[in-house]
Ligand binder design. Sequence first.
Ligand code: ARG
Length: 461
Amino acid sequence: MSNSMWGGRFSQGPAAIMEEINASIDFDKKLYRQDIAGSKAHAMMLARQGIIGADDAEKIVAGLDTILREIEDGSFTFSRALEDIHLNIESRLKELIGEPAGRLHTARSRNDQVATDFKLYVRDWLDGVDAALAGLQSALADKAFTHAGLAMPGFTHLQSAQPVTFGHHLLAYVEMLARDRGRFRDARARLNESPLGAAALAGTSFPIDRFDTAAALGFDRPTANSLDSVSDRDFAIEALAAASLCALHLSRFAEEIVIWSSAQFRFIRLSDRFTTGSSIMPQKRNPDAAELVRAKTGRIIGAQTALMIVMKGLPLAYQKDMQEDKEQAFDAFESLELAIAATDGMVRDMEPEAATLKKAAGSGFSTATDLADWLVRALGLPFREAHHVTGRIVGLAADQGVELARLPLSAMQAVHAAIDDRVYSVLSVDKSVRSRTSYGGTSPKNVRAQAKRWQRTLERE
Ligand code: ARG
């Protein structure tokens, strides 16, 4: 049997394999709420413009509300023969209200319909992700405030570089997430134009009011070019690009959590709630949640790449290729939500191991830069010479197997005679971090102020 929605010129139904490759209902059913909202706005506009009768519009709206309830209570039967969410809903509407259902699709095509639905979906997701990221930022800011003065090693090349504080390290991620949120906000602002009414590709001869439907659906304005309206998937790619970068940030943090929670580092303790055991090795506490956050990045970047590849060769306007825009995007969106939630949970539960952190902060001659800076300040050496002198002192300390703060003054004086015992005042980890008072630096006072600033900003949102 030919398709009841578009089968007028067909005498045969589709091959089974055609149905298999063509049907998108298994994944685009996620758009049901947006599809119904779009259809209601369209029907009411058609009535206001006198294109359909007010009584028909009322029946359409009531029928769509029934369908919404049916889908949400699980009594709606989705059919693959009806291809996608749009035709599934329209077909059910016909069963429910009869002839007026056929008037809904006046001055509309599935091309502008799906673009509208997907935009509304991405917009809802962007709003949700912004709230979730704000939550994670405040979890990080709270932890950072509590541990603003707790020294830990700062690394470059994963080698001890200079001591920093645990709070400072966490606040670095708050900044990254702030940029991510900015990108999501930008994407939302650019997305927020309504494609509805572009119809198949050329607009319509019916006297529709696109400003009316745009406003009803919370869009800032209608899109200006009907061809672009139905061909554009920038909004999804842009959301995925911002999602990729956000996932990349979460992945870097996850990697640090994996390293920090290892027995060799023991910088933090993850809660039982976010670790798993091994079925053979009784001592294990595996950071699976962090590992999976790290791994989800692959799907998210993959979805962005996939959609760009789908789009890159398409002539205007709508091509069926574009149906492949949704499935991986949905997966990426859900993966990022999950990664944010898991990171949020890990952060709230994690406890830094203060003693290990402090000890590690002082190892690896991490205050060597402080010594060089002191030689510049106290003895007036040029920095390059101070660097050289310090290097020789570090060499001595390494030979003797002691940290800089424990190296006898005589040993330092053997390298540079003018060094006196004031030098010890800069060699401790606490002194080192306390001295980093330049704007954005790691001094506990700075970190406390920055954490407070974030807490206030996030509370005010
Ligand atoms: N399921 C389709 C999609 O997701 C809807 C648009 C179909 N339009 C068409 N002319 N076949 O892209």
